[in-house]
Design a binder for this molecule. Sequence first.
Ligand code: 5GP
Length: 189
Amino acid sequence: MAQGKIIIVTAPSGSGKTTLVKRLLQECDYISFSISACTRQPRPGEVHGKDYYFYSEEEFKKLIDQDAFIEWEMVYTGKYYGTLETELERIWSAGKTPLVDIDVKGALAVQQKFPGISKSIFIEAPSIEELRNRLLKRGTETEATLKERIEKAEYELSFAPDFDAILINDDLEKATKTLIETVKSFVES
Ligand code: 5GP
């Protein structure tokens, strides 16, 4: 596999990661979003091959058997997510740096798989209360999935020190600027 560098971004859900990543991608055309595979249902507006490769559980398990994933995981009950090796190759062969936006366990797995050529960034919401408010505002969760996401976030926060950089998203403008600077200096190094 022809390897370039990799940016790994992770965060408990509701920490504002999606907004920050969107802004980074708009600003830096040498970074390309690595589209994950997953088995959850698309949300309104989400597109296969843009937001995710949406697969059935059967299709996903076939890809596991074919050893197609750099990492994969059951991120939420019954819902699989994974980073396809072909996706990283697609981006590298276009001369760009992939950005993988994945959960904490997956991020640690990618970091261990690509030492030296990866930069891992952990994005933190200012507090669990703020995180709950952001998830409520997004309005995509039921009471049960909200509870699961909060519990997972609390657990994931304990892994922050294992990452190359921690970014606290208390001010969107400031956090965007820091993220862009961190990525730029890594890609140019
Ligand atoms: P959502 O369902 O909100 O799109 O994503 C749920 C979680 O799955 C997020 O924490 C997201 O970062 C994570 N995720 C997305 N793609 C992947 C992947 O390829 N691998 C892993 N391990 N997690 C992923």
